[in-house]
Ligand binder design. Structure first.
Ligand code: 6PG
Length: 247
């Protein structure tokens, strides 16, 4: 059963989650002199990234942190819709992380499949035979999608590859995404979920059966890792209170 932490609003959630992300990065660096994290896209993590830079930026040995992404829209890196641009502006340009430690998903090749395979090689060169991220940050779509794994996507049943090109039902249509096979190797997964519109998808993901095809987020169950849901009260409205801890 995953841990669910409920906060009154997005600001409280972002501040608490940012503090825990910083602690997680520091613990990994203390244990193995490095930390490998996959960042989330979408709007929800923006404030967390800002707080992480503003309040914790001097307390993390960023030269020991290696950053990847969980998914990317197949657009130029300076596009307003780019997940890389979001993280660069809110966090990475504001902390002393070496450029060589930041591995954005490439979106220049005309063929997203070529880009997916190239990124997989980069991941394998840094992670070895298993994509055991110390931390994966994820959001949740109203339809239960996670990263760019949408309901009914063929990528949901991929067991070998860690990165897949996908076409999704909402713009931007072309994307790259980690697969569940990769996500579920993580040591820790933090979901960030805000808003009443996510309440049904959150309840299904936390309390429902594992149904990857219909509810991809329900299948984020790291074999030897933990999941913490960072949610606001509006998103938690349909959770049984026994499942939710006060922030
Ligand atoms: C993306 C994200 C996607 C996002 C959810 C929630 O590239 O859009 O990876 O999975 O996390 O759609 O998005 P919001 O945080 O904007 O609600």
């Amino acid at each position: 059963m995953p841990e669910v932490r409920v906060f009154p609003d997005g600001e409280a959630l972002s501040r608490a989650a940012a503090a825990r992300v910083a602690t997680t990065l520091r613990s990994a660096i203390e244990a193995k002199e490095s930390c490998i994290v996959a960042l989330s896209g979408g709007n929800t993590p923006r404030r967390l990234y800002q707080v992480l830079a503003e309040e914790h930026g001097t307390r993390v040995a960023w030269d020991r942190v290696r950053v990847f992404w969980g998914d990317e829209r197949y657009l130029p890196p300076d596009d307003l819709w780019s997940n890389y641009r979001l993280a660069r502006e809110a966090l990475l340009d504001r902390v002393p992380i070496p450029a060589a430690n930041v591995h954005r998903m490439p979106t220049e090749d005309p063929d997203p499949g070529v880009a997916a395979r190239a990124y997989e090689e980069v991941l394998r060169s840094h992670l070895g035979p298993r994509p055991r991220f110390d931390l994966v940050l994820l959001g949740l779509g109203v339809d239960g999608h996670v990263a760019s794994l949408f309901p009914g996507s063929p990528a949901l049943v991929e067991e070998r590859q860690w990165v897949m090109p996908v076409e999704v039902p909402v713009p931007p249509v072309h994307r790259l995404t980690l697969t569940l096979a990769a996500i579920n190797c993580a040591e820790q997964v933090f979901f960030l979920v805000l808003g009443a519109e996510k309440a049904a998808a959150l309840a299904q993901a936390v309390m429902g059966p594992v149904e990857p095809w219909r509810y991809p987020a329900s299948a984020v169950r790291p074999a030897d890792g933990t999941v913490i849901w960072w949610v606001d009260e509006a998103a938690a409205a349909r959770l049984h209170h026994s499942r939710a801890l006060p922030g």
